[in-house]
Ligand binder design. Structure first.
Ligand SMILES: NC(=O)c1ccc[n+]([C@@H]2O[C@H](COP(=O)([O-])OP(=O)(O)OC[C@H]3O[C@@H](n4cnc5c(N)ncnc54)[C@H](OP(=O)(O)O)[C@@H]3O)[C@@H](O)[C@H]2O)c1
Length: 333
């Protein structure tokens, strides 16, 4: 089978399209014919080994390979079709259309991926193309997890920093569906897209610092590392909640004191990616509460360009790799 592989950490050009062995299915696994995989910021970070927060480096290097990547096929979030099931698998059948997360196993940049049936994999939303469905799990699972942790209530003022990204754009839609008043913070050209998916207010981070405008929020969901922590906490109303999805060590430490010593709560979060959350997202998609915004679809042979786009270009939505691209379903209607 064909797969986008990398054998050294480095720039996008380390990604190579190669013929590799098709995965051998274990009894508790499901073999998925991948149709599309999102090229995510996290994929780029694992490829280059450059993270927004420095402390990620050591644990990630130990987990993923000290000298070179242990798993040479990236890709955590995908849509596809079940090709076959191990003998112990009861919840899937050949031909099922699915979407989900490969977790730390990765491998969705290959034409086939074998995953334990216990992974976060669910039936694909019926009203989405494969490309659109592949763009849901990363952003949706993280955003839903963070917004639930923040216990967002109808009528509350929610600010999302980094709102135009994969996680943020799902966060805007999920918070809106819960009845919140949403302020989106991102760069100039994303304003139209963010308002079209429901943002009530927009702050351009290239012109204004959300934390120093004097406006207050009940919840701040911060997907960007490097803002002033104390200014962000000051921008919260009493009993406000601050959630960092990309926390520096100092933020992790200070959040403990904020929560213990003030009437505000600060938390850092790592999404658990549960099956219940993925099924909730499928329902939200099918009931029209959320949609995925796909900016560009690249063929496997242009994986390096896809990563360059995620890292450097001002994209409006997700970048998706068409893994089995002969199918019309990969075209967004
Ligand atoms: N905690 C967890 O469990 C978890 C899970 C997955 C990912 N993450 C991390 O979360 C981060 C965001 O992920 P993502 O996939 O949503 O990334 P993404 O798609 O790249 O989105 C980031 C967004 O933030 C914007 N941005 C950049 N600098 C900003 C600033 N100073 N102020 C406001 N917005 C700014 C970017 O806009 P521009 O176009 O202007 O750059 C982009 O729209 C990544 O670093 C990722 O590793 C955390």
């Amino acid at each position: 089978m064909k797969a986008i592989t990398y054998s050294n950490y480095g720039p996008p050009e380390v990604l190579q399209l190669r013929d590799v062995e098709k995965p051998v299915l274990k009894d508790d696994e499901v073999l998925i014919r991948v149709m599309a995989a999102e090229a995510t910021k996290a994929d780029c970070e694992m490829r280059s080994f450059r993270f927004a927060v420095m402390w990620f480096w050591l644990p990630m290097r130990i987990a993923f390979g000290v000298k070179r990547p242990r798993r040479q096929i990236l890709g955590g979030y995908f849509s596809g079709v079940v090709a076959s099931c191990g003998k112990d698998v009861t919840q899937f059948s050949e031909g099922d259309e699915v979407f989900g997360s490969a977790g730390l196993k990765l491998g969705a940049y290959g034409e086939y991926v074998a995953l334990p049936a216990s992974c976060t994999i669910a039936a694909k939303p019926g009203n989405m193309s494969f490309a659109e469905a592949a763009a849901v799990p990363l952003g949706g699972l993280n955003a839903l997890h963070f917004i639930r942790l923040a216990n967002v209530q109808a009528g509350e003022k929610v600010l999302i920093n980094g709102a135009g990204g994969s996680i943020g754009s799902h966060g805007v839609q999920i918070a809106k569906s819960m009845g919140a008043e949403v302020t989106a913070v991102d760069s100039t050209h994303k304003e139209g897209m963010l308002r079209s998916i429901g943002a009530d207010h927009f702050i351009d981070y290239t012109k204004e610092d959300f934390a120093t405008t004097g406006r207050k929020y009940d919840v701040i969901l911060d997907m960007v590392s490097g803002n002033s922590y104390s200014a962000s906490i000051k921008a919260l109303n009493p009993h406000g909640r601050y959630l960092s999805g990309n926390p520096r060590l100092s933020v992790m430490l200070r959040s403990v004191f904020t929560t213990r010593l003030t009437n505000k709560t600060a938390r850092f979060a790592f999404a658990g990616e549960s099956l219940e959350e993925l099924r909730t997202l499928k329902e939200m998609v099918e009931s029209g509460k959320i949609e995925s915004i796909v900016d560009r679809i690249y063929p496997m042979s242009q994986a390096a360009d896809a990563h360059t786009c995620v890292e450097t270009e001002q994209r409006l939505g997700a970048v998706v790799l068409a893994i089995h691209d002969s199918d019309d379903d990969l075209c967004t209607e």
